[in-house]
Write a protein of this length. Structure first.
Length: 438
């Protein structure tokens, strides 16, 4: 079997890359050890679309991606009558926190053109039903008496009206896969890559666990939390200045708040905007049926669940983590209650040192990576395919991306995004919050 390009991973990143490489005229095969599209980290994503990042490239990428989600039929080339994901525009309130001050990201918003409003404490209280505007930093464990101490200060927020979420993350990957197939891509599911073969110092083939050999000159590692394992097969990574590890994460579901008078940003007392609350260590977004999704922002008081083998993680929600995140959310929203029975989903992030992804070539000619997406890159999936296509096109035409970094120009915003921001050789971003919020 022969293919111009082989992509390892059929999540939202791998399918986005497959679409772009197939559109470029390359024969493309996607291999995934799962039985379906988007069955890994993608299916556990909260699918929040926000623009708060600590780098210009991060903000510009998220802002450009928003337009692709809003114009999904155009982006994928699929008929609008098909079962396509929707972009749900809700707005997002990013609560003030010293770890990610307004001065860090508002100048980037101004440069990129992201609309925002600066909300005072009184404005935040008026806009979000039932919110406690107390400042509690730093986040604390529930068994710490200080967690329950009253606040002596208050906070405001920055509101971005264009933020929101994608209606179904797994369906998004399926849409991209359907679009890639229409462009000629093939998908080999329930197959695992067991070897990356070199010839004359370059990629020449991959072997699969069923004995299939695919001759190819291009391999793209988009394997999510399994990406380190694939890099080992290829013998790459020694020159990376940024390391990455798999991290187990939980996202929880709770019933919506009890009814109270609504505001412009609430329906029946339940906030329908997203809330990023690093002050208490959680983020929240509304869910179908009036519920709320709650995720954590990796506060220092909580142990991180690093994973040696993504195949053997516990897939059941744990009560301690659920109670911590749900109670923190209920502290912020007085109308929330913490159910007795935990409910949610478990996934594994592929986390870099600075929570910024690596979209790059490697020192093995023909071998490329879209890894370390760290739980915060789902929103940027529409652009990741274009990023890799740009890097691959330039590299395969003899231009060294390390010395002459590729630049991606956003078709909607016109912004030029310098892709060395995502280099495997970059300095670790010391402005990162060190959390999923980047």
């Amino acid at each position: 079997m022969h293919s111009d390009a082989v992509i390892v991973g059929a999540g939202v990143m791998g399918t986005s890359i497959a679409l772009e490489l197939a559109k470029s005229g390359r024969s493309t095969v996607v291999v995934d050890k799962a039985r379906g599209i988007g069955h890994g980290s993608t299916s556990a994503s909260s699918a929040v679309m926000r623009f708060n990042f600590s780098t210009l490239a991060g903000v510009a990428t998220a802002w450009e991606s928003k337009f692709h989600w809003e114009n999904w039929a155009e982006h994928t080339g699929l008929p609008a009558a098909d079962d396509l994901v929707r972009y749900v525009r809700t707005g997002l309130a990013f609560l003030d926190v010293d770890l990610a001050p307004r001065a860090l990201y508002l100048p980037l918003f101004d440069t990129v053109g992201v609309p925002y409003e600066e909300w005072s404490t009184d404005r935040l209280r008026a806009e979000v039903p039932g919110i406690d505007v107390g400042r509690y930093w730093p986040p604390k464990r529930l068994d710490d008496d200080a967690f329950w101490a009253p606040s002596s200060a208050s906070l405001g927020s920055v509101y971005t009206p264009d933020a929101g979420h994608v209606s179904d993350p797994q369906l998004a990957a399926a849409n991209l896969a359907d679009a890639a197939v229409r462009q000629g891509a093939d998908f080999l599911l329930n197959r695992a890559v067991t070897k990356v073969i070199r010839r004359s110092g370059e990629v020449s083939a991959v072997l699969l666990d069923d004995g299939t050999r695919i001759d190819t000159g291009i391999v793209v590692n988009a394997a999510g939390p399994w990406s380190g394992r694939i890099n080992e097969l290829a013998g790459v990574g020694e020159d990376f200045t940024v390391s990455l590890r798999p991290l187990r994460q939980e996202v929880h579901h709770v019933p919506g708040p009890s009814p109270r008078p609504a505001s412009p940003h609430g329906v029946g007392g339940a906030p329908h905007i997203c809330i990023a609350d690093m002050d208490l260590g959680v983020y929240l977004r509304a869910e179908v049926g009036g519920g709320m999704l709650i995720g954590g922002t990796e506060p220092e008081c909580d142990p991180l669940q690093w994973v040696d083998d993504p195949d053997i993680i516990g897939t059941d929600v744990t009560r301690d983590v659920f109670e911590a995140q749900a109670t923190r959310a209920a502290r912020r929203l007085s109308t929330l209650t913490v159910p007795n029975r935990p409910r949610g989903v478990v996934g594994v992030y592929d986390v870099t040192d600075d929570w910024t992804p690596i979209y790059d070539k490697t020192n093995l000619p023909g071998y490329y990576v879209a890894i370390g997406t760290s739980g915060n890159q789902f929103k940027n999936a529409p652009l990741v395919g274009g990023f890799l296509r740009t890097i691959i096109d330039q590299t395969e035409n003899g231009v060294d991306h390390d010395r002459h970094p590729a630049v991606f120009k956003g078709p909607h915003t016109g912004h030029s995004i310098e892709l060395d921001a995502f280099s495997r050789l970059r300095p670790v971003n010391d402005k990162s919050s060190g959390t999923v919020l980047g």
